[in-house]
Write a protein that binds this ligand. Structure first.
Ligand code: NAD
Length: 250
């Protein structure tokens, strides 16, 4: 794929769940485009691996559990002593187990919603005041087609992602009179580690619904994130951008 040049010079981005998968590729592209990146993740080993791989003076990373508001706020206070946060990619997420709602482990159900929905809320809650002060911000919330369609045997995940879509629409409108854009994206399946959390049959069912007939490539996803996070996105906000290979019809 021929990549367009984006200019993220003088921009600082927080990428949650950036130690691998989508988040890692987003971090790489932002760095390659001149930006500064702060990765928040809970996986220490993968953070180290990512730092070695990206090997950039413009990268920093911290262990932050996005479902813990105090942790998020503490990190935001530290960062904003020295710099503004211009871009927030709420990408951290887990699918949880594949199970019917009535057989779903209750604590796991809560955990999936805590990370996918409350994590998005927590990061927006803590970072938006800095963006308002600076009158600049680009927020992208990584949802999923599951949040639009509701995947069977994935009720917690579908709820968390549907909630992130609702949050995006609401927050986007609250900030619409400022140079701050808040959008959500709804990818279909891509081959990252997250697929290991689901059964093979479930993944196959997801794939069978995609008219493109293949998995989404991580770089294809990053392209959409880049435009939504760039200065050029001056009008689109409170919107949901589909990247499901034709699966979603709305
Ligand atoms: N890969 C897909 O098929 C697909 C499809 C639709 C949506 N998504 C969404 O894309 C996002 C990224 O997924 P991915 O495929 O790259 O998965 P991944 O498992 O490769 O990466 C997710 C990262 O999030 C981190 N994380 C998990 N819980 C966290 C927490 N509480 N705090 C901070 N970090 C945490 C993990 O450690 C991991 O590094 C997720 O929100 C996922 O739901 C993925």
């Amino acid at each position: 794929m021929n990549k367009i040049n984006y200019d993220f010079k003088n921009r600082t981005a927080v990428v949650t769940g950036g130690a691998q998968g989508f988040g890692l590729d987003i971090a790489k592209r932002f760095l390659d485009s001149g930006g500064k990146v702060i990765i928040w993740d809970i996986d220490q080993k993968m953070i180290e691996k990512a730092s070695n791989q990206l090997n950039s003076p413009n990268l920093s990373s911290n262990i932050v559990d996005v479902s813990n508001y105090n942790e998020v706020e503490k990190n935001v206070s530290e960062i904003t002593k020295n710099t503004n946060i211009d871009i927030l990619i709420n990408n951290a997420g887990i699918t949880g187990p594949t199970a019917t709602l009535w057989e779903y482990d209750i604590d796991m159900w809560k955990k999936v919603v805590e990370i996918n929905l409350m994590g998005t809320f927590n990061c927006c809650r803590a970072i938006v005041p800095n963006m308002i002060k600076n009158n600049y911000g680009r927020i992208v919330n990584v949802a999923s087609v599951a949040g639009k369609d509701g995947n069977a045997n994935a009720s917690a995940y579908s709820v968390g992602k549907a909630g992130a879509i609702g949050l995006t629409k609401s927050l986007g409108k609250e900030l619409a009179d400022k140079n701050i854009a808040v959008n959500a994206v709804t990818p279909a399946g891509a081959k990252t580690r997250i697929l290991d959390q689901m059964t093979k049959e479930h993944v196959q069912r997801m794939l069978s619904k995609v008219p493109r007939g293949r998995f989404l490539e991580v770089e294809e996803f990053t392209s959409l994130i880049c435009w939504l996070s760039s200065e050029e996105n001056t009008f689109s906000t409170a919107a949901v951008f589909d990247i499901s290979g034709g699966r979603s019809t709305y």
